[in-house]
Design a protein around this ligand. Structure first.
Ligand code: PMP
Length: 312
């Protein structure tokens, strides 16, 4: 059978990190940056569109719209090209110029919004919802769509179980939509007794406080892209989370540079957040098996960012 780019999504390698040498447990990182669109979001783009097709919600030539930090947009652009749809991406202005350019190069229309909290009418999610209603476009709705969590449960989580032979001490990851954490968390909890599911959250995000206390603290600015929020998204399921690690921008970016320079893993900033948190969990030595984490996206979308070229 001839394959298309859609068939190359998923089944990513799981690599052991040299950075974890000498710690209490190995750290294993899933190379989601090696997906065709360069990120883990290819999985949900494909799953959401195929799910909507199955439910009879899409017609050929229809326009898809999504609020995206960039990666879901790239995944959707690939799926839209292969399945015959148009695509509009609504993106907050904080996201890198590289991501904007990639989406434009892929043929998507890009709408930029101010960096506004979810409750504001200018927020990228609200703008996408409004444009969908006004124009009759299909909102793929990654922050709420249950197909997001479901695909991580049946693909990302299942692959991790197979690649580790079911031996996982902890799973550590940041949350943008929460799809990865909720889906993989649900899958591992069902199959691995005692596994710990840990949220890696940027300092400045409110999600860690929400997990620990059920309430939201005031959020502050941070530079790492794609994870953290001032309000919990619907796809982030608090009941699967056992604990949190808070990671500063500085630690995220220095860890991402080490992944690039010492491990040859050509990843973006949120991989640094995830791995920094996973290293902390491994160093505590209280987990009963390897610590598994995710490398969500590739470095090419951050080439214009100062952190990529910094020393140390
Ligand atoms: N890292 C990056 C760079 C992302 O774009 C995203 C998705 N917004 C994530 C991590 C988080 O993934 P999820 O949406 O599954 O929580």
């Amino acid at each position: 059978m001839r394959k298309t780019a859609l068939d190359c999504i998923g089944d990513t390698p799981l690599v052991a990190l040299a950075l974890a040498r000498g710690l209490g447990a190995p750290v294993l990182a899933k190379c989601e940056h090696l997906n065709p669109g360069g990120s883990i979001k290819d999985r949900i783009a494909k799953a959401i569109v195929l799910d909507a097709e199955e439910r009879g919600l899409l017609r050929p030539g229809m326009t898809l719209i999504e609020a995206t930090a960039g990666n879901t947009g790239v995944g959707l652009a690939i799926v839209a090209a292969l399945r015959g749809y148009r695509l509009v991406c609504v993106m907050p202005e904080k996201m890198s110029v590289d991501k904007r350019r990639s989406l434009t190069a892929l043929g998507a229309r890009v709408v930029i919004t101010p960096n506004a909290p979810p409750s504001s009418a200018d927020n990228f999610q609200q703008v996408a919802r409004r444009l969908a209603q006004e124009n009759g476009w299909y909102l793929t709705d990654q922050f709420k769509n249950p197909a997001n969590v479901a695909v991580h449960e049946r693909s990302t989580g299942r692959e991790i179980l197979e690649q580790t032979g079911g031996r996982v001490g902890a799973f550590v990851v940041g949350a943008g939509t929460g799809g990865t954490l909720s889906g993989v968390g649900r899958c591992l909890r069902a199959s691995v007794p005692g596994v710990k599911i840990i949220l890696a959250d940027p300092v400045g995000s409110s999600l860690a406080d929400w997990v620990e206390h059920g309430s939201l603290c005031p959020s502050a600015a941070y530079a790492v892209e794609g994870i953290g929020s001032s309000e919990p998204p619907a796809n982030l399921h608090r009941d699967v989370i056992d604990g949190v690690e808070r990671i500063s921008d500085e630690e995220s970016f220095s860890t991402a540079r080490r992944l690039i320079r010492e491990e040859g893993l050509l990843v973006g900033g949120s991989a640094g957040t995830n791995v920094a948190a996973a290293l902390r969990v491994a160093a505590r030595g209280d987990v009963a098996g390897p610590v598994v984490t995710i490398l969500p996206d590739a470095w090419d979308r951050y080439r214009s960012c100062a952190w990529m070229l910094a020393e140390g």
